[in-house]
Each structure stands twice: as structure tokens, then as C-alpha cells.
Ligand binder design. Sequence first.
Ligand code: GUN
Length: 298
Amino acid sequence: MAEAARIDGKGFADALRARIAGHAGEFVQATGRKPGLAVVLVGEDPASQVYVGAKARACHEAGIASFEHRLPAETSEAELLVLVERLNRDPEVDGILVQMPLPNGLDEQAVIAAIDPGKDVDGFHVINAGRLSVGQEGFVPCTPLGCMMLLKDRLGDLSGLDAVVIGRSNIVGKPMAQLLTDANATVTIAHSRTKNLPDVVRRADIVVAAVGRPEMVRGDWIKPGATVIDVGINRLPPTDDKPKGRLVGDVAFTEAAAVAGAITPVPGGVGPMTIAVLLRNTLVAAHAHAGLEAPEGL
Ligand code: GUN
């Protein structure tokens, strides 16, 4: 069988960002202001600093105003909640993202609950999770929505396909399973207690791996021709030729690519989609706040 097609998440995300930039320009024409995203980072987690910097840059390139709030790790929950309340009331702010994980001692669920659901562009608030689960419109978490865009672009109609989602997090696994169910796939959620995971995965036409374990999904778990979406971004220990350590996904890429019909690479697959969808959600929020119809085709 031929090598799997590479699903070009980077290219898809670049095209989406270009469309968003066009719509953001039209939004400025219509309202006299840019769509705005507030990003809150508490503490100095290095990976989170990289993500927050990337989000600010992406906003700038898309014509979205970015308001960064970097707070020390000692920030109290009360102080953080005061900031969230201020951002809820700020008419320049359409979306609020509090970077996770929060430092120990800060209750993530309490902070998420304080965000105005109409500004919750991460889709983490229970109101938005509830809307997704009953089929109402709301904000959908960025990574699973980005995965869904890639799947629909690749496969078109997903009706009747067998999908396995590995991982049951609130951020990825659960909303991913919901989106696949809504698209009429037959969905299995697998996790660390699943019995005989390789056999469960072998049944799947669609595999979404979101466990955070480097190269856990092996090539001989993949049904020939399946579509494989790898959400994992794991850094391997440094070696002589890769002193920073190689980035790998949750799927053993070379093995899986020999069997799959299509597969996302790491990096350059799902990762770039997350930020593009964050910009999309912010643009949608801005239109709602301005009383405008959201643009089509996002
Ligand atoms: N940490 C890792 N991914 C995310 C994300 O999508 N949103 C937020 N707020 N924090 C994260």
C-alpha cells in the first residue's frame, strides 16, 4: 500500500488565518474597532510562555487586538478573579483566555466559571460544554474543532465511520467525541483503563490520539487506510544530533504512515490549527458583541 497522505494542518491553518484577517479588516470598517483577545498567563511555565507569545503574534498578524496579562506565580485566586471580572466588563475584549495549567493553589474550574460564557473563546465554561452536549450553538474548544475541520476537509461526510478517540480530557477528548458523534460517526472513547487498546484502535476508520504519551500508538494498531489525527506534542530526551530533544506526537509516525490513508505530522499538523481556531472563535465573539452576523465559511 502507498504511504499515507500528509494532512497539512499548517497550510490549512495559514489559509484560515488569512480569511480571518480579511474578516477582521471588515469588522474594523463596520465597527471602528478591532476584535480583541485578552490572554492571561499566571506564573512562568516555559511551555505556556511560548504558547502565549505565539497567540499574541498570531493576533497581531490577523488584525486582532491582543491584551496580554502576565501575572506572578504568587497571584491569589481573588486577584485573578478580579482581573477576569474586569475583562468581562471591558468592551474592547471579545475573548478571554486564561492559559492552563494554573500554578498550584489556583482552582482552574473556579476561574473558568468566572469567565463570561460569551467571551469564553476556549469553550471551557460549563455553559459552553453543556451547549455542545445538547447541540446548541456555543464556543467549542479550539483543538478538537481544529481536528474536526481537518477531518471534514479530508473525508467530507463522516456518517457511519468508526472513530476512536484516545484520551478523555475536558479540553480535547470529550469535546472531540461529541463533535464526531454530531457528525454521525460511531464513537469510542478509549483511555488509560481501556482493555486491549490496540484491538479497539484497529477497528477505527478515524483515530484521534490525545493522550500525551510519546509514540504510544503503533503502526500495527492502525487499520489500513484509516485517517489518523495526532494531537500529541511530546519532547523526547536530548540526543547528540537533537540537543533540544525531538518533538513527536502520540503516534509512531513512520510506522503509522506506512499503513494509514492519511495522517497529521508533528509538528505541522494539529498544533497550528489550535491558534487559528482561537482567532476564529474571537472573531465570532466580536461579531456577536457588535450585533453582527458571523461571517460564513469559518
Ligand atoms: N493549555 C493547553 N492548551 C490550552 C488551551 O487550548 N487553552 C488554554 N487556555 N490553556 C491551554
